[in-house]
Design a protein around this ligand. Structure first.
Ligand code: PMP
Length: 296
């Protein structure tokens, strides 16, 4: 657990040669994603004597929790949408956790959705439910850990922070910390087309129907972990653009990341003309290794 964090920050010189863009490589956490940090933080509030844990996840939180459960000797159940990549599902199982594949389009709405199934398991089995989508501890993890780490690594030299939005914990926690240090700093979210956060922040109507092949970002319903007060704008990018920029990161920068990192890179590319001369930072939540059979 102590190996979590202190991930490197690298400059993206090849795909953004005429700009100052840096990315924090969160896939270098031991469980393979940024979610290791949040799980470590949330488990601090786990009631003493807990034997079972459960979480609804797009895969990475599940893996982080499964890893921690192996360390602490907990029985772990993870519910994921059925569209989750095979590698992510197998990764959770490899740590000895149980994976429940759930219907995807219902989210919280029906009892078949991955949140509802996790809630049921929590009740029936008396398991500790982390509930990242509704817990203040999610953004708190990034406010107390990821945000200060990024600020220190960059010596405060950052004008704009761009970040993908899933539960909203990362952008809300880091965004709040960075703005407290520098109120002039801009925080911009990036999400797939027709996802729900753009409307929350800008009031722009959502027109098309939501649906994305990118994992980890994009929500049909905004999550209460998202704090719109620290987000200045939300940009939407197509899945195609996200995958194109993800591929460019691998082939031109040697950085093999998941689709949500491609999504944020596509967002940076689209905004660059408006951000001339600014020092831009982002983070790449997970590795492309988890999607090799899905996108290649
Ligand atoms: N990218 C990936 C791959 C993720 O797993 C997640 C978490 N769902 C995110 C981005 C978004 O992070 P957050 O939930 O903190 O908004």
């Amino acid at each position: 657990m102590e190996a979590i964090g202190n991930t490197p920050v690298v400059r993206l010189k090849r795909i953004f040669p005429n700009a100052h863009v840096v990315a924090k490589l969160e896939y270098m956490n031991p469980g393979g994603s940024i979610k290791d940090r949040m799980v470590r933080h949330m488990l601090k509030s786990m009631p003493k004597g807990t034997e079972r844990v459960v979480e609804s996840s797009s895969g990475n939180t599940g893996a982080a929790l499964a890893m921690a459960s192996a360390i602490f000797g907990l029985r772990c159940d993870v519910t994921v949408p059925e569209t989750t990549s095979n590698e992510k599902i197998k990764r959770i199982g490899a740590y000895g956790a149980r994976v429940h594949l759930c219907s995807v389009d219902s989210e919280r709405a029906t009892e078949l959705g991955y949140h509802a199934v996790a809630e049921r398991i929590a009740k029936e089995d008396d398991a500790f439910y982390l509930d990242q989508y509704c817990s203040d501890l999610n953004r708190e993890a990034h406010y107390t850990d990821t945000g200060p780490e990024l600020w220190t690594q960059l010596d405060g030299e950052i004008d704009v922070f761009l970040c993908g939005i899933g539960s909203g914990g990362t952008i809300s926690g880091i965004g709040r910390y960075l703005k407290e240090r520098n109120p002039a700093l801009r925080v911009i979210g990036v999400e797939p087309l027709h996802s729900s956060y753009r409307k929350v922040v800008t009031d722009a109507p959502t027109q098309g129907q939501f649906g994305t092949v990118i994992e980890g970002v994009g929500k049909l319903q905004p999550s209460s972990s998202f704090d719109p007060s620290v987000v200045d704008d939300v940009l939407q990018v197509s899945d195609e653009q996200a995958l194109v920029w993800g591929r460019r990161l691998a082939r031109e920068e040697g950085i093999l990341v998941g689709g949500s990192s491609g999504c944020v890179a596509a967002g940076i590319a689209a905004l660059l003309p408006k951000l001339q001369g600014m020092r831009i930072a982002t983070l790449f939540p997970d590795s492309g290794v988890f999607y090799l059979s899905k996108y290649s």
